[in-house]
Design a protein around this ligand. Structure first.
Ligand code: SF4
Length: 71
């Protein structure tokens, strides 16, 4: 199992995560990215539990402000 965490308040809306992993990431209308299928935790953190990390690893590596974590 993989846990993908987005600290959405840090997102600058560059679109890199969507470019490398469009299955899981999509820029929202407010200019920040959405982690598709995730649940909002406390504050502005969103969490997705997935079978495999898949391209979320690439999304985490591509993010210039390190607001994506994969555990
Ligand atoms: S790569 Fe990071 S900063 Fe860029 S849109 Fe995705 S989460 Fe936001």
């Amino acid at each position: 199992m993989a846990k993908v965490i987005l600290e959405r308040d840090k997102c600058i809306g560059c679109g890199a995560c969507e470019a490398v992993c469009p299955k899981h990431w999509k820029l929202g209308e407010d200019g920040k990215t959405d982690l598709l299928g995730s649940k909002k935790e406390d504050n502005e953190n969103y969490v997705l539990e997935a079978e495999e990390a898949g391209c979320n690893n690439q999304a985490a590596e591509a993010c210039p402000v390190q607001c994506i974590r994969v555990e």
